[in-house]
Write a protein that binds this ligand. Structure first.
Ligand code: SF4
Ligand code: ZN
Length: 710
């Protein structure tokens, strides 16, 4: 038997059982029964991406099997064999999709099975920033369960997103490891075919971020090869079924590392035999050319971006810093060089050992920085990063900011010897490594004393208030320049964000100050200065300078972009936007929905549906991705009348923006409590008539606005 025979054997096996499964489903539900994975706008994403055809019913699925059969070529040529593996992958997708027939919920364990469009979009920013340097696809499990666990942990500690199919799931569960998107370890399913769920993520990344035309398979495969840093680690023994999937993976550019020796052969950089599974991590990273950025931090527990979303439950916590009940805060201050002793970490008050388990305590940390290129404007930029810095500590959870922070330190960390001073070590190491261009010296003072923190907090609040005044006074008119951000070009090669004080990047993570700091730290990096001297149309936010920057940084893909219009050359989207707005034609208003909201909007579309209308750096008048904070900006679709056009938002989003949006609407339209005039899912979900009724009832300002000039 050769490798070819194994691939072809796997293909035959998959073809036959898929046809049988479809026939059986048709016998039960009939050919007209709809098929789709839940929470995706791409139906069966792999089949759609590879062929350009959306499968909607069982009958269409059955017919598609002829196409799949034709892809299962039997030429004894390497490339053909790999290509034919794609057909097996499509069978796997069909088999998994059948599990979701008729509203079934086949996977009861959370995070198993199909991964939603929102999951794919959540990956956008961490993938471009390198926070997620790669994706490991682990198939099966080691002979000794602890070896699987060690491999998974090795990737997790590097921030790599891990998916597991088969036996390995049991190994990590038995070892008590937390799993889920938030800790970047995703079990897909026990059956080998469930591996398709991670392939589906890669395919949708190409459609969402890369603007790849569905059905353009060479472009799709080139995109996944060049831009999705995934690789496969497959434990022996490998069935022919797995070998056929492996061939498909290689076809998409994902190398396969295995310790299988039976009827395998090696293909450099693609099919790699590595009998020593302890070397799989290093072998895989080398094969996929993944570089891990290491910051050495002197703490007794693990530190990795994979832990950023980890949750520490009440019962697992040793102590809690609770800014909602006691005085707590975090602060960065610029000091003179002589006032700062580099790497000095001071803890004033008791250490963690002296505090009873389960206590809620008052704690503050002040980071003093000094540097010739340091500017006070960077203080808030650094401060906002503390959340991520501290969250990356395994066993530590940080939420909130400024004087509303909450930090939980787990019992496990306490037992491992974690101390308050280690919070300081982390802040020191991260500030020094990420802001090395502006920070020469850095010291951290941690105060664990309610009395002292009371006075210190009052002083910190004065600093925050001053900063807020400065931020509020910063408008698009008051600053001399704007900035580009092209970080997302790693995935959306022609996308450019223009970041202004009143319009942050659509991911919500890059404000004008962030962009300014990024430019300062890395003058040839993603954030370049855009002058604003040649204004063509103030209302639209059209500038010759902006157009020039757009043309230059989109490499000629785009020539015109306005800052404030939804219809005339709107800003493009990459795919990782926090929110998306779209025109609601009955009311002549706009509907906004956010990634967190899975439900429908009055456009008859969910977030995923609306999001699929735009992305990949293309302009789609009438639909636009944007950050949450843009909603309450006076510049939000200012050319079309501003935020007074907003007629519908999910309830949760309304609460997040209420205060600032009400203030903006009062100033712009003289309307009180504007947020209450915006409908949400409790008012209507799909019916525009109900929406209109509600808007007239509350006297929504949109009713007095001119129709859109579309
Ligand atoms: Fe991507 Fe725009 Fe955010 Fe930059 S500002 S990271 S380009 S979405
Ligand atoms: Zn993006």
């Amino acid at each position: 038997m050769t490798l070819f025979d194994r691939v072809f054997g796997g293909n035959d096996y998959n073809y036959e059982r898929t046809v049988a499964a479809i026939d059986q489903a048709i016998a039960t539900y009939g050919e007209a029964e709809p098929v789709s994975f839940p929470d995706t706008a791409y139906s069966l994403p792999c089949y759609y991406g590879v062929t350009g055809v959306k499968i909607n019913t069982l009958g269409e699925m059955k017919a598609a099997m002829d196409n799949i059969k034709s892809m299962m070529t039997r030429n004894n040529r390497l490339q053909d064999a790999f290509d034919s593996g794609i057909a097996s992958a499509l069978c796997a997708e069909f088999l998994e999709a059948l599990k979701y027939l008729h509203g079934a919920t086949p996977y009861t364990e959370p995070e198993m099975g199909h991964l939603t469009d929102a999951f794919v979009r959540n990956l956008g920013v961490p993938l471009v920033t390198g926070d997620i340097p790669g994706v490991a696809v682990i198939i099966g499990g080691a002979e000794k369960p602890e070896d699987t666990v060690a491999l998974v942990k090795s990737y997790q500690n590097q921030g790599i997103l891990v998916t597991i199919t088969g036996e390995g799931i049991k190994h990590v569960a038995d070892a008590g490891m937390k799993t889920g998107e938030n800790v970047r370890v995703c079990p897909l399913g026990y059956e080998m075919q469930s591996v398709i769920h991670v392939v589906s993520v890669a395919v949708r990344a190409a459609l969402i971020f890369g603007n790849i035309t569905p059905g353009d398979f060479p472009a799709l495969a080139k995109y996944t090869m060049d831009r999705v840093r995934a690789f496969v680690n497959a434990y022996k023994p490998l069935s022919d079924e797995i070998v056929s999937y492996g061939a498909g993976a290689i076809c998409l550019g994902f190398p396969v590392v295995s310790n299988e020796t039976e009827n395998m052969f090696r293909v450099p950089k693609s099919l790699i035999q590595q009998l020593d599974t302890e070397k799989w991590n290093a072998t895989s990273l080398e094969a996929r050319d993944i570089k891990i950025k290491i910051t050495n931090i002197d703490i007794p527990v693990a530190y990795a971006t994979a832990f950023e979303g980890e949750i520490i439950r009440r019962g697992d916590m040793q102590v809690e810093v609770d800014g909602s009940r006691v005085d707590c805060f975090e602060l960065v201050q610029t000091k003179e060089a002589a006032e700062v002793e580099d790497h000095k970490i001071t803890v004033i008050g008791p250490e963690i050992d002296d505090i009873p388990v389960g206590s809620k305590i008052s704690l503050s940390y002040t980071v003093d920085v000094a540097g010739k290129a340091m500017q006070p404007d960077f203080e808030s930029v650094m401060e906002r990063k503390f959340h991520a810095y501290l969250n990356c500590i395994e066993g530590v959870m940080h939420t909130g900011q400024r004087d509303m922070i909450r930090i939980r330190i787990s019992k496990a960390d306490f037992e491992a010897g974690f101390k308050f001073k280690h919070l300081g070590e982390v802040l020191y190491a991260k500030i020094k490594s990420e802001f090395e261009a502006v920070v020469d010296k850095c010291q951290v003072t941690i105060v664990v004393d309610a009395e002292q923190n009371k006075a210190l907090r009052a002083a910190a609040n004065e600093v925050f208030a001053k900063r807020d005044d400065r931020l509020r006074s910063m408008t698009d008119e008051s600053v001399p320049v704007y900035y580009t951000c092209i970080m997302c070009q790693a995935f959306s090669p022609s996308h450019v964000c223009i970041v202004t004080p009143e319009r942050l990047g659509l991911c919500g993570a890059v404000s004008w100050l962030d962009a300014k700091a990024t430019n300062e730290l890395d003058p040839t990096g993603p954030c370049q200065i855009v002058p604003k001297e040649r204004c063509i149309d103030e209302n639209l936010g059209r500038y010759e300078d902006v157009d020039e920057a757009i043309e230059k940084y989109s490499h000629g893909a785009l020539e015109h972009v306005t800052l404030y219009s939804l219809f005339q050359d709107p800003m493009t989207s990459c795919g990782c936007f926090e929110c998306i707005c779209g025109v609601e034609p009955c009311s002549m208003g706009v509907v906004i929905t956010s990634r967190e909201h899975a439900g429908m909007t009055p456009l008859g579309m969910s977030f995923s549906d609306m999001a699929s209308m735009t992305g990949g750096g293309v302009q789609t008048p009438g639909f636009m991705g944007h950050g949450k904070q843009f909603i309450f900006s006076k510049k939000f679709i200012a050319a079309e009348g501003g935020p007074g056009r907003i007629v519908w938002m999910p309830k949760e989003l309304k609460e997040q923006v209420r205060e600032r949006l009400d203030a903006t609407a009062l100033e712009m339209y003289g309307v009180e409590n504007f947020t209450d005039m915006i409908a949400d899912e409790t008012v209507c979900t799909e019916d525009p008539e109900e929406l209109l009724g509600f808007l007239s009832e509350v006297g929504h300002p949109v009713l007095g606005m001119e129709p859109f000039d579309m």
